[in-house]
Design a protein around this ligand. Structure first.
Ligand SMILES: Cc1cc2nc3c(=O)[nH]c(=O)nc-3n(C[C@H](O)[C@H](O)[C@H](O)COP(=O)(O)OP(=O)(O)OC[C@H]3O[C@@H](n4cnc5c(N)ncnc54)[C@H](O)[C@@H]3O)c2cc1C
Length: 248
């Protein structure tokens, strides 16, 4: 995991690896703080490998946690959804966004010491509505590209009605923490190492199955390379996506 993170640090190239997010009272890790990091490049690498986040927020004194897609562009996370959705209706809302990558199940000799190897990020902040047409277009393309690189070139872009029906929210990466449980063996009680119980790691990866063509596909339309070649982690980004000149 550390090697992968180190590789991605050099691959992202957005910021010098020494640069860190400031620790705040909210982001200071109290539980197992040695697993925490505020390193920007590490945070970026986790955000760029994941594509599902959970957005926690409060409405009428009740908590909601919404799973949704996202994309990172520089120091901004873009979220999108229906304009009529609970979150889409509430720009200015305080949120807590998490992104989790599950790397392995850690199977210990005792039930108590079972664990998971993971890399996760938590972001606190206030979402703002993206209304500028160029930023909105770039953000929507970034979300598509983030999930399936190459797809935004292949698919028809959103028309005026579709774009209007889609709320785009931006969350600046300012109050951020990451936590990493490395892919290291379980830690059992000394006396349990004598038990004849299998212990170790069960690594997990996100791998695609075989593409299933839509029955209404036009004859002769082949599966494109961005589908057959889809993999996670995705190849390093070239840089922030921007809307083409003249895009609305
Ligand atoms: C896949 C997975 C499985 C987990 N399983 C368990 C479990 O079974 N039981 C359990 O207790 N915990 C589990 N954790 C850890 C859990 O996410 C919390 O870190 C832990 O419960 C401590 O929470 P806390 O609010 O008391 O931490 P605190 O240390 O008090 O949190 C303070 C601040 O530290 C940062 N922080 C805390 N946790 C994380 C995190 N995971 N990622 C990024 N920043 C973080 C946040 O900024 C947070 O506001 C798991 C995490 C992952 C990703």
């Amino acid at each position: 995991v550390e090697q992968r993170v180190a590789d991605q640090r050099t691959a992202t190239g957005d910021d010098p690896p020494t640069q860190e997010y400031p620790r705040t009272p909210r982001t200071r890790l109290r539980r197992l703080p040695e697993r925490g990091t505020y390193d920007r490049a590490t945070v970026h690498a986790i955000l760029d490998e994941g594509f599902l986040c959970h957005v926690g927020f409060q409405v009428d004194d009740r908590p909601y946690v919404l799973p949704t897609g996202y994309a990172r562009v520089g120091e901004t996370l873009y979220l999108h959804g229906s304009s009529g959705s609970r979150l889409g209706l509430r720009p200015g809302t305080d949120v807590c966004v998490t992104v989790t990558l599950l790397d392995a199940l850690v199977l210990a000799r005792s039930a108590f010491h079972h664990s998971m190897s993971y890399r996760s990020v938590m972001v606190f902040g206030r979402v703002r509505a993206v209304t500028d047409p160029r930023e909105k277009d770039a953000a929507l393309r970034a979300v598509v590209e983030h999930i399936v690189p190459g797809r935004s070139q292949a698919a028809r872009g959103g028309n005026r009605r579709e774009v209007a029906a889609t709320a785009v929210l931006a969350l600046d990466l300012e109050e951020v923490s990451a936590k990493i449980r490395a892919t290291t063996p379980p830690i059992d009680e000394d006396e349990d190492y004598d038990l004849p119980v299998w212990a170790g790691l069960l690594p997990l990866r996100q791998v695609p199955g075989a593409p299933v063509p839509d029955p209404r596909l036009l004859p002769g339309v082949e599966v494109p390379a961005h589908v057959t070649g889809w993999r996670r982690p995705a190849p390093a980004k070239e840089g922030p996506l921007t809307a083409p000149e003249g895009a609305a």
